[in-house]
Design a protein around this ligand. Structure first.
Ligand code: KG4
Ligand code: ZN
Length: 348
């Protein structure tokens, strides 16, 4: 099954083709630069930018792949969670293509798709435990199969990505700051007691990262010299050597606090399942983080289960994950009609 995927849920406009779950080609336009000056995604700008970029990206996808819309078996589109206006742009485009070319439409849950990015090209053993860590979500889910997901825990306030981004904002690092904190902390021993590992003193699997954000803000207020004086250009490779050591230690300590918090709940979740967990998955933009990937590898090795991580480029928002999930849903006969509506807040 050749599936076209469309992703417009937040600040990446992306289209991709997958053939029976195998990635064929992706075309992606990031809006990071556009929103960087505002220090966060501006919804109105995001939807206008999706509208501007989607047509040319589709043209480029078909031109470069040598394939045509006629060859596509289904059109899959992210229906949420995400920004309402942005989702509507993707949904309208997908519906137009389906209506014009007589193709089935498949609405895809963006979070499900993130997790499926970890399974691409792999024979995953189930039940699997999945850690989904992105800018808007932090969840632990059990997958009894690729289409059978149970959410076991979620954040009650900020997501892990928000903790990274807001800490970066306190430090006056460019937006989105997660990748800066990751790279600047590389090779530096963390101070393990500098920041709290929040919300572990309980017996459930939910997360709360808002206290960590406050702890970082308070630490930076007490050490104003840590703030970078001017916002450097967010584009281009990051050279960690060019940054002060004290700032880099703060970054390493924050990576450690977040990775450890995720580890405690993940291990707790593994211990609490009715059947032994056969594999670990992680996905979402924050799953590109070096110390978090190292923590996951260590947990998997200790528990002797395989770990499936998307390559870093497929951790962030992309359309390959939407097309691949579309293939799974389509093969199972799960399609939608043209009344498909966005679900901006996601399923509960
Ligand atoms: O999955 P994603 O691209 O978009 C959402 O669906 O939210 O995740 C974006 C989040 C942002 O908070 C960004 O700062 C964070 O992922 N992120 C990282 C890294 N790369 C992206 N956080 C920590 N380390 C990274 N290397
Ligand atoms: Zn996402």
């Amino acid at each position: 099954m050749l599936c076209l995927g469309i992703e417009t849920s937040c600040d990446e406009t992306a289209v991709a083709l997958c053939d029976d779950g195998r990635p064929v080609l992706e075309k992606l336009a990031s809006q990071a630069r556009l929103h960087a000056v505002f220090g966060g995604v501006v919804p109105e700008l995001a939807s206008r930018e999706h509208l501007r970029c989607l047509g040319p990206l589709l043209d480029a996808l078909f031109a470069e792949s040598g394939l045509t819309l006629a060859a596509v078996d289904a059109v899959a589109v992210a229906r949420g969670p995400g920004l309402l206006g942005s989702l509507l742009v993707g949904l309208a485009a997908a519906k137009g293509l389906c209506l014009g070319a007589g193709k089935p439409l498949i609405g895809v849950d963006h979070l499900h798709a993130h997790l499926m990015a970890a399974t691409l090209g792999r024979a995953v053993a189930y039940p699997a435990l999945g850690l989904l860590v992105s800018g808007g979500h932090t969840q632990i889910v059990r997958l009894d199969g690729p289409l059978a997901m149970t959410v076991l825990g979620r954040t009650i306030d900020d997501a892990a990505g928000e903790a990274f981004d807001k800490a970066a904002k306190s430090l006056n690092l460019p937006y989105p700051g997660g990748v800066y904190i990751d790279v600047l902390g590389r090779g530096i021993a963390p101070d393990r007691t500098l920041f709290p590992r929040p919300y572990l003193d309980n017996d459930h699997l939910n997360f709360s990262f808002s206290g960590l954000k406050t702890a970082v803000a308070a630490y930076v207020a007490a050490h104003p010299e840590l703030r970078t004086p001017a916002m450097p250009d967010a584009v281009g490779p990051i050279d960690p050597e060019a940054w002060p050591m004290a700032l880099r230690r703060v970054c390493a300590s924050l990576n450690f606090a977040i990775a450890e918090t995720l580890r405690v709940k993940l291990v707790r979740a593994m211990d609490g399942q009715p059947a032994p967990v056969a594999s670990l998955l992680a996905a979402g933009g924050v799953a590109a983080n070096g110390p978090i990937r190292a923590m996951l590898a260590e947990v998997a090795a200790r528990r002797r289960v395989p770990l499936y991580l998307p390559e870093p480029v497929l951790c962030a928002d992309n359309a390959t994950m939407i097309a691949a999930t579309g293939c799974l849903l389509g093969r199972a006969g799960l399609t939608h009609d043209l009344s498909l509506a966005p679900i901006p807040r996601g399923r509960k």
